[in-house]
Design a protein around this ligand. Sequence first.
Ligand code: S3P
Length: 173
Amino acid sequence: MIVVLIGYMGAGKSTIGSTLAEVLGYNFIDLDDYIAIKEKNSISNLFKSKGEIYFRRKETQYLKAIIENSDHTVLALGGGTPCYGNNFELLQRFCKVKTIYLKLSISLLTERLFTERHKRPLISHIQSKEDLLEFIGKHIFERVQYYSKAQITLDINHKPKQEVLELLVSKLV
Ligand code: S3P
């Protein structure tokens, strides 16, 4: 099985994903880290030097390679991965893939992302919390049609990490 974690930036896909992999005895892959290693560049620099279209092409290419060649793996996608190209169709084509949407409210995402926004090219230019809240609200409105195609949706608002992990494991076994 490949457990694919989907969700907006700041939803905790990487932190939850790496612990979930440990619990399940699976490998863990963070798609952004994988792209950065393969491209020998950070995601921020890739956006800056080559542009978003280049990044999205690479994202699709590496996603396909991982899905085709892995098993017993937890894969944390980037926030935009399920929303571009045929990425979601690719995930749906494989029986071994289980998609899980980690859903957090816009206000909690804003709280989490405001201090970390400089690391994220799509929101690094935003100056105030109010603007960030507005941006995230609109962005999720566009993306929710993709996120909601996940096989499992987990509302993780105000849930401690341990509870989220237990919930995830109970849905997977
Ligand atoms: C993006 C999310 C980022 C990264 C890139 C674009 C997005 O991943 O892939 O900056 O479009 O939402 P995280 O969700 O891991 O921050």
